[in-house]
Design a protein around this ligand. Structure first.
Ligand code: NAP
Length: 313
């Protein structure tokens, strides 16, 4: 599972979730290559994760070690914590990148299938047209919605909670970067009470976030999304991302010695976007890495889009 790495005593240690492909893979590559960071590339699948770490080493990026992590599995999280404690005794950077789309992709358009790129010409379409195409070509069953909430919000939160003690051991200010999305912006939620509560950062609690997500899933099941002002089109993804953004702000408030931020990578060509994005994974990862490497004393509790600070709303 693990690989050989040169661990110099003062090198920073980063964990990246969902590091086997897409933006996560590129974040691992750039952090290790340009950031001078020892990267623990994690993935839920041993073969895919070990293969990705091997690929990086073959590219000359040697300060990478693989460890299995399914962010929705408590025992998998605990095993990672044990490994980090024993091997490094601290963590400097956590990039919560792993996520799912909260939709069912049509089989014939499976993004792992090379047919996608030849079947659909995105050239000539702007981002909105590409996103519209995506919405038309996916289904949003309740199981996929639950999975998005479970993975993108609760998985991120559980990994973060488990790794907080190690981040607090960092001699620089421990960094948490939640890879987020402009789909999590509050303006997409028409329900005024929800929008107001998620933005009321001085009073917002994790319990309120649980209530919001429970109510969202109830409304989803009751086919009452529009009626109750929830976003539609990648609905669960949008709500889970809004919750993750809000959680980021709660954490930043609670842990002023850490730097806790969200980073939207832009619209990136990956499996999640069925290759429809306008940026390469390398370009998308750049903004995420920039936030991960912000200097001590830098911003915390903020949202960044493509590396630049922007509004949560
Ligand atoms: N692509 C975009 O345009 C875009 C835009 C805004 C934000 N984002 C965000 O960027 C992040 C990366 O997305 P991507 O576009 O690179 O998608 P991707 O290529 O589909 O990669 C998603 C990664 O998450 C992993 N993952 C999913 N569920 C997991 C779990 N339970 N435990 C551990 N790993 C899990 C996947 O592992 P497997 O390979 O095992 O499935 C994969 O490594 C996501 O958080 C996404 O929401 C993407």
């Amino acid at each position: 599972m693990e690989g050989a790495i040169s661990s110099r005593p003062n090198k920073r240690i980063a964990v990246v979730t969902g590091g086997n492909k897409g933006i996560g893979f590129e974040v691992c590559r750039q952090l290790a290559r340009d950031g001078g960071v020892t990267v623990v590339l994690t993935a839920r699948d041993e073969t895919r994760g070990a293969g990705a770490a091997e690929k990086l080493r073959a590219l000359g990026v040697t300060d990478v070690v693989f460890h299995q992590l399914d962010i929705t599995d408590a025992s998998s999280i605990a095993t990672l914590v044990d490994f980090l404690e024993a091997r490094f005794g601290k963590l400097d950077i956590l990039v919560n990148n792993a996520g799912v789309g909260g939709v069912e992709y049509p089989q014939e358009l499976d993004a792992n299938d090379e047919k996608v790129s030849s079947l659909h010409q995105f050239a000539g379409l702007d981002s909105n047209q590409r996103l519209e195409w995506m919405v038309k070509n996916v289904r949003e069953p309740i199981d996929a919605a639950r999975k998005a909430v479970e993975t993108n919000y609760y998985g991120t939160k559980h990994v973060t909670q488990a790794l907080l003690p190690l981040l607090l051991q960092s001699s620089s200010q421990g960094r948490i970067v939640n890879v987020s999305s402009e789909y999590g912006l509050l303006r997409l939620i028409r329900n005024e009470e929800v929008r107001r509560d998620l933005n009321d950062i001085h009073n917002l609690t994790e319990e309120r976030l649980d209530e919001v997500l429970d109510k969202f899933l109830q409304d989803f099941e009751a086919d009452a999304l529009e009626a109750h002002g929830w976003p539609t089109g990648f609905s669960a993804y949008k709500v889970a991302m809004a919750a993750t953004n809000a959680y980021t702000r709660i954490l930043a408030r609670r842990h002023p010695t850490l730097r806790v931020n969200c980073a939207h990578p832009g619209y990136v060509k990956t499996d999640m976007s069925m290759g429809s994005g306008v940026l390469t994974p390398e370009e998308g990862a750049r903004g995420v890495v920039k936030v991960a490497l912000l200097l001590d004393g830098g911003p915390t509790g903020k949202y960044f889009t493509k590396g630049e600070e922007a509004s949560f709303v």
